[in-house]
Design a protein around this ligand. Structure first.
Ligand SMILES: Nc1ncnc2c1ncn2[C@@H]1O[C@H](COP(=O)(O)OP(=O)(O)OP(=O)(O)O)[C@@H](O)[C@H]1O
Ligand SMILES: [Mg+2]
Length: 64
């Protein structure tokens, strides 16, 4: 079951992710496929807490 939900990220005043609810399932492989700039890397930096070290980056929601 997912432990990530309603995830929103802003870089300063600019939103990068808004209310993301990804269908993640324990024990399953998940692929992120989207056009450039849609927020794939941003999403991953939230999961491993790297976003906490990006100046001006604000994360809201559940992220594990
Ligand atoms: N450190 C940052 N500061 C400000 N804006 C950022 C930063 N990192 C990413 N962004 C912006 O956030 C949005 C999402 O970018 P992100 O790099 O997460 O997309 P991506 O899906 O990984 O793109 P790509 O497929 O090119 O790797 C883009 O508009 C990008 O310009
Ligand atoms: Mg990327």
């Amino acid at each position: 079951m997912t432990e990530v939900g309603d995830l929103s990220v802003r870089y300063g005043a600019t939103p990068a992710l808004t209310g993301v609810d990804p269908p993640l399932h324990r024990g399953c492989i998940t692929a992120l496929v989207d056009p450039s700039g849609c927020g794939k890397s941003t999403f991953l930096t939230c999961l491993n807490r790297l976003a906490d070290h990006i100046p001006g980056c604000q994360v809201r929601g559940r992220r594990g």
